[in-house]
Design a protein around this ligand. Structure first.
Ligand code: ARG
Length: 460
């Protein structure tokens, strides 16, 4: 029996009937539906629609439904999660169950359930990201003074501390945390009591319902409340930026695990072998993280296109906004969890990184800076050092191995202290402005990042 069949004389086309049902996926909202329904039941009692006994029967019934079912639930009749709960309630407490729908609409229910779901998804995802950032920080701390090359255009650029490189990812992921929190702040208003479109017809205490569900306030406009899915779009978009960060992180580790780089050793617990090539160890965890980024970005696109062009207020198209949200919430969480697990176990080959950091003339910019400290204008210094690089390439050595006499021929300002200035340690430490890779800057950065992580965790 449909919730709305009274008006109809003909049954639904069977294929269409099955196709339009959302219960196969919106059953994920069961707990949210029960919570929101309990809040509505209390409001009905206050409005004098339910007696105290009826309210209690409804609340007990709803709680029992929550206890009885674990997902997935197969119910060939249930049109959606709202229908399912109503049927279950009536089966348990009889006609009183039928009173629960007084003064409300599924339009406000789904809007409320989905907000509750996204709110919880924001919290869960952020907890996972924070855990991941903590692992990155642990690894940065353990890396100590280890150096590696950094790249621009994927060509060796300047040496940096391994810790500095890892901290770059902490920044990205902490921005994700903040974006997801922003989304949570804006979504935290309660649609309950908005009715189908024009507002509730009963004196429902919307503020009390909002407070009961830990919303900051009731949504201000019933038409907006029942048709808004901005919160879902924001969540999916924030998650897709997170996906981009994870994908870039994964890509770097994939590159660095190749024999060509040899900077990291893949943990066996996050790799697989090849059924054909016995020698292989493949970075599947990383590749899946990179690959699943596509789902998140796709979902963000899907949401926008679904919403575009919808007149106010509720339209059934809105049902299509649920699955991308579920997909993103589940996928993004696992991506971050796997990334954190990988990060905990991956081995850094510090020797190879260090060797790479010492070669390839990555101290050339520091060499030019050295000359500017002797009064040479930077443009000239750049040219002089380029000449030195050319000579070193011919001799097959690094800048620091050129004899002083040779250097002086192209720049009389070169002196003994040049060799110290282009050593790996000084090259790293000369990037001492805030945010740079100098050892003391990185030490401070680790401490202040930890502090920020602590602060966001506490604010929760
Ligand atoms: N399953 C529906 C959805 O997810 C619930 C709202 C139905 N409302 C309606 N007027 N048909 O959107």
């Amino acid at each position: 029996m449909k919730m709305w069949s009274g008006r109809f004389r003909e049954p639904l086309n069977q294929e269409f009937e099955r196709w339009q049902r959302s219960f196969p996926f919106d059953q994920r909202l069961l707990l949210q539906e029960l919570e929101a329904s309990s809040a509505h039941a209390r409001a009905l009692r206050k409005a004098g629609v339910l007696t105290a006994e009826e309210q209690d029967a409804v609340l007990v019934g709803l709680a029992a439904i929550g206890k009885e079912f674990t997902l997935p639930i197969v119910d060939e009749e249930a049109e959606d999660v709202h229908h399912f709960v109503e049927k279950q309630l009536v089966a348990r407490i009889g006609d009183t169950g039928k009173k629960l729908h007084t003064g409300r609409s599924r339009n406000e229910q789904i809007a409320t359930d989905l907000r509750l779901y996204v709110r919880d998804a924001c919290d869960q995802l952020n907890a996972c990201i924070i855990e991941f950032v903590s692992v990155l920080l642990d690894r940065a701390e353990k890396a100590g003074g280890a150096a590696m090359p950094s790249y621009t255009h994927l060509q060796r650029a300047e040496p940096v501390l391994v810790a500095h490189w890892l901290l770059a990812y902490c920044e990205m992921f902490l921005r994700d945390v903040s974006r997801i929190r922003d989304c949570r702040v804006r979504l935290n208003q309660c649609p309950l009591g908005s009715g189908a479109i024009a507002g509730a017809t009963l004196a429902l205490d919307r503020h009390a319902m909002a407070a009961e569900l830990s919303f900051d306030a009731p949504c201000a406009n019933s038409m907006d409340a029942t048709s808004d899915r901005d919160f879902a779009i924001e969540f999916v978009q924030a998650a897709s930026i997170l996906g981009v960060h994870l994908s870039r992180w994964a890509e770097e580790f994939i590159l660095f695990s190749t024999q060509e780089y040899g900077f990291v050793r893949l943990p066996e617990s996050y790799s697989t072998g090849s059924s054909a090539m016995p020698q292989k160890q493949n970075p599947d965890a990383l590749e899946l993280i990179r690959g699943k980024c596509g789902r998140l970005a796709g979902a963000a696109q899907q949401m926008l296109i679904t919403m575009k062009g919808l007149p106010l207020a509720y339209n059934k198209d809105l049902q299509e906004t649920q699955e991308p949200v579920f997909e993103v919430a589940e996928t993004a969480k696992m991506m971050v969890k796997v990334a954190a697990g990988f990060m905990r176990e991956v081995d850094f080959k510090y020797d190879t990184m260090q060797r790479a950091a010492e070669t390839g003339f990555m101290n050339a910019m520091a060499a030019a800076t050295y000359l500017t400290r002797k009064g040479v204008p930077f443009r000239n210094a750049h040219e002089i050092v380029a000449g030195a690089v050319r000579i070193a390439m011919q001799l097959g050595c690094e800048l620091g191995a050129l004899p002083l006499a040779t250097l002086r021929e192209i720049g009389p300002e070169f002196a003994d202290d040049f060799y110290g200035a282009v050593s790996l340690q000084s090259v790293i430490d000369c990037h001492a402005a805030f945010g740079g890779t100098a050892t003391h800057c990185v030490k401070q950065a680790i401490a202040s990042t930890r502090q920020r992580v602590r602060a966001v965790t506490e604010e929760w």
